[in-house]
Structure formats: C-alpha cells, structure tokens
Design a protein around this ligand. Structure first.
Ligand code: SF4
Ligand code: SF4
Length: 279
C-alpha cells in the first residue's frame, strides 16, 4: 500500500506527520522522501545511510560537423533548451528535461546524449524502517527525474509512506501518482484552505482518494472543516497548536517519539487510511 503525505503549501508540518506515521507502523515500512529540493525526513528519522548513487539526466551533445543547422531540434524542444543559429547550435543544460526528442528527430544523426549529474539518491535504515531520499543539487531545477528514481525503489510488499514536495506543480504530481491514498496536511487558516483546495483538485484529476489532517488546530477559523464537509473529504486527525510539539519539532524529534501518547492516534489514522483505500 502506498500512502502519500502532501500539503498544498510548505510549513504545514507535513514531514512531521509523515515520519510520525512511519514510526507508528514501524515494521515492514518504507519511507521515501520525495521532497528532493529540501528533504527533511532524515532529520527526524536519523537513518544510517548504507548506499549512495548519483542521478543524471541525458542532455544533447551536437556534432557540428554533421549538423546542417536545419533547426528541427529547436522546433521540437518544448523547453527552449536548444537554439539553432546560422552556424552554431546552443544547448542550455539547465533547461533540458532529457526527453530525447531532439536526438531522436535529428535528420543527420548529429545529436548524441551525455549524462549531466543533477543530484543523489541515498538509502539506508532507521531502525526497521527502510529509508530512501533524493537530493537535488544546489542550483538545479529538475526534481521530477530524481523523484522518479526514488520511486523506482518502491517495495509493494511493504507499507510505503511518501513525503511529497509542497505545492501543486509537476514534482507533486510525479511524487503522488500511483498512490493508493493521499493524506493532505493543512492548517486552519485562509492560506491553508486555499492551498488545500488546489491540492484536492490535483488529486481529483489523478483519481487518488484523500483525507485531511489539520495541524495547529485552533489557530484560525473553521473554514477548512466547512470546505471538507462540502467536498465530502474526511478529516482524519486534528493536531493542536502545542508548544511541546513545536519544541520537539525544532530539535528534530517526531511527535510519536517526543510525545508517545500520540502513537495510538497515528495507528488509528493509518487504520482509517487503510479502510478508506480498500473500499
Ligand atoms: S536537428 Fe540536427 S541537423 Fe538540424 S540543427 Fe539540430 S542538430 Fe543540426
Ligand atoms: S532532450 Fe528534450 S528537453 Fe533536452 S534539448 Fe532535447 S528536446 Fe529539449
């Protein structure tokens, strides 16, 4: 079973929830941190890393001795990553998505591909929890290929918890697709509601069932509750604004470790998710 933990905006406590859920289950769990621009799961789970590998994307290399400067490669590139001048072809590696279309369509066979390193994958264990995360290199923008590489390691015999990047753009879709359920972490504020509604729309398009966890409950209004009721989205857990939780969070201590009384609540949360995704 694959459970994604997402949030329409950053700073909602998504990683605190995802790591607490993994720890509450403990055995036969895989934790995949797909928030590759800022992976924080390791701060809470403190895994022992056993293996590291680089992630590269193939970018075009043009042999100008074969090139006729016909411009077809630039026409096909949807990302403006290649430009053809009268006697020169320019490649912009930072914009290239490594789709291979230009090399496939070059009539002269003038384009070959070379790997460009964009980040790393690290794997290990936190107790019984199998831990995998990706890290995008500083200055890089192409997170979907690293997310895809993290997800290649999904072991469907285990319960897989995916920490999804914040927001609702391409990296979120890449991380969340294929999930059996998505837990949306939000806070009861106008910003929280706005971004929750955007995330719900993305999940509807992907046909992924979802439920909501309200973090810092009590700080704002009840508009998130009203929205969930109108949309028929279950609210699965409330976590109140609590200075002890905040203090533990700032020290990299999860909810279930710093305050073990939360353990049963996270186990019940998982049972609800399991039941909802099985119906
Ligand atoms: S498609 Fe091939 S031949 Fe045409 S400009 Fe690009 S590299 Fe040169
Ligand atoms: S590999 Fe794809 S994205 Fe990169 S330059 Fe070629 S067509 Fe553009």
């Amino acid at each position: 079973m694959i459970v994604s933990v997402a949030s329409g905006k950053g700073g909602t406590g998504k990683t605190l929830v995802a790591t607490s859920l993994a720890l509450a289950l403990e055995s036969q769990v895989q934790f995949l941190d797909c928030d590759v621009e800022e992976p924080n799961g390791h701060i809470f789970l403190k895994p022992s890393i056993k293996h590291q590998e680089t992630v590269s994307v193939p970018i075009p290399h043009v042999d100008e001795r074969k090139c006729t400067f016909c411009g077809k490669c630039a026409e096909i590139c949807a990302y403006n990553a290649i430009a053809v001048l009268p006697k020169k072809v320019l490649v912009f590696p930072e914009l290239c998505h490594g789709c291979g279309a230009c090399s496939y369509l070059c009539p002269e066979g003038a384009i070959s591909e070379v790997g460009r390193e964009i980040g790393v994958l690290e794997m290990g264990y936190s107790g019984e929890i199998e831990f995998i995360h990706g890290r995008l290199a500083i200055g890089e923008m192409m997170s979907p290929p690293i997310i895809g590489r993290v997800k290649e390691h999904i072991d469907t015999r285990k319960t897989v918890i995916i920490d999804v990047p914040p927001g609702t753009s391409c990296p979120v879709v890449e991380a969340v697709k294929g999930s059996d359920f998505c837990l949306l972490v939000t806070e009861p504020t106008p910003f929280g509601l706005n971004d929750l509604a955007l995330a719900v729309e993305v999940l509807k398009k992907l046909s992924i069932p979802c439920g909501v966890l309200i973090n810092r409950a009590g700080v704002g209004d009840n508009k998130v509750e009203e929205y969930c009721k109108e949309e028929g989205i279950p609210i699965l857990l409330h976590i109140p604004l609590d200075t002890e939780i905040a203090r533990n969070y700032s020290r990299g201590i999860t909810l279930v470790q710093g305050m073990p009384q939360w353990n049963p609540a996270f186990q019940r949360l998982f049972r609800s998710i399991y039941e909802m995704s099985s119906t």
